[in-house]
Design a protein around this ligand. Structure first.
Ligand SMILES: [Zn+2]
Length: 348
């Protein structure tokens, strides 16, 4: 009995010493730059292995056909046309894009949900005059809070002699937003859906932050945010679903969506450095970030950065028509599912 105790005691003190040494090694690693980069490389590699393990080899054979794919492409081409000159906030191209979106919202019968009709004007440190476009579809259950669907319509505009067309980033998401507005006009959701085409995303999510800063939206009234940004091309047919790290309850929903998506959906790019090393964390990389800091759960769909990302080469002829149709349907599947799941949760 006493012998075992001594044995245990010995083990414990050894363990204590071991932990101390471990802690010292860790501190040295963190303080000493090459050591830190070794640590980050280990984490990066581990994350790459994790991503590889969860990446499906193929998507589903069939993706539902609910949206008008021809209209989707027409909207993409129109928004990314040279006439729009890259849709920088405050420019004529931006105004044209905004009027286009408003016209469609009005034709579909969306209720104006801005501060002045469909428009919600703002100015911030980096955006002198930005305008968000907001329209809503009233849900079947008025006791439910609002689901906000976002896509930024702005891009970088003209720099020097170059037009930054911003086709994938983010005429694609804006075109998808219009398709969703059309779909839910006919298929009434449970929650009220607020469709927000946001301005000033490229200036630090200015339009999204302005929704809350101005008091136009109250975070307590919002149940969820679905954000789409860059949907129209990927060599490997991969679509990232960002948000399950922060809200693990979303992972089974993404898996359900995968069953009817021809894209290969990967849940990644939402982990902090200490988990994923140098793997990019996109938690704050698009408008969903402004919802996240308000404590609102979100799901962001988007492709990986490609060589034409933020370059004058991001033009609409580069869109992969079938892949874009599939990713648009995929985010729609998720939006329908989150509308259903959150209303059932409420009913229980
Ligand atoms: Zn973008």
């Amino acid at each position: 009995m006493s012998a075992t105790n001594t044995e245990k005691h010995k083990q414990q003190s050894w363990l204590r010493r071991y932990w101390l040494v471990g802690l010292l090694v860790l501190l040295v690693l963190l303080a000493w730059w090459p050591g830190r980069s070794i640590l980050l490389n280990v984490l990066t590699e581990r994350e790459a292995t994790r991503i590889e393990a969860i990446t499906p080899a193929t998507g589903a054979a069939e993706t539902p056909r609910r949206i008008d794919a021809e209209q989707l492409m027409a909207d993409l081409h129109w928004l990314a046309d040279a006439e729009r000159a890259g849709r920088a906030p405050g420019t004529d191209g931006s105004r044209q894009a905004r009027e286009y979106i408003i016209e469609r919202f009005a034709a579909l019968g969306l209720a104006p949900a801005g501060s002045d009709g469909y428009e919600h004007s703002f100015s911030s440190e980096r955006v002198e005059s930005g305008v968000n476009v907001l329209g809503s579809i009233i849900g079947q259950d008025p006791s439910l809070r609002t689901i906000v669907v976002t896509a930024h319509y702005d891009h970088l505009g003209v720099r020097g002699d170059d037009i930054y067309y911003g086709s994938d980033d983010n005429a694609s998401g804006t075109a998808a937003l219009l398709a969703y507005a059309e779909y839910f006009t006919v298929n009434q959701p449970q929650h009220t859906l607020l469709f927000a085409a946001l301005d000033g995303e490229e200036q630090g999510l200015a339009g999204a932050y302005a929704l809350f800063k101005s008091g136009h939206l109250n975070p307590n009234d919002i149940a969820f945010n679905v954000n789409v940004d860059m949907l129209s091309r990927d060599t490997d047919q991969l679509l990232y679903a960002v948000g399950t790290y922060h809200h693990p309850w979303l992972a089974p929903l993404v898996r359900r969506v995968q069953q009817e998506s021809g894209a290969r959906i990967v849940m990644a790019h939402d982990r902090p450095k200490w988990r994923a090393g140098n793997t990019m964390d996109w938690t704050m990389s698009s408008d969903h970030g402004a919802f996240h800091v308000e404590g609102i759960p979100f799901m962001y769909f988007g492709v990986a950065d490609h060589p034409d990302y933020h370059s004058p080469r991001d033009t609409s002829d580069k869109a992969d028509e079938e892949f874009f149709r599939i990713t648009t349907e995929t985010a729609l599947s998720f939006t329908k599912l989150i509308d259903q799941v959150l209303s059932e949760k409420r009913a229980r």
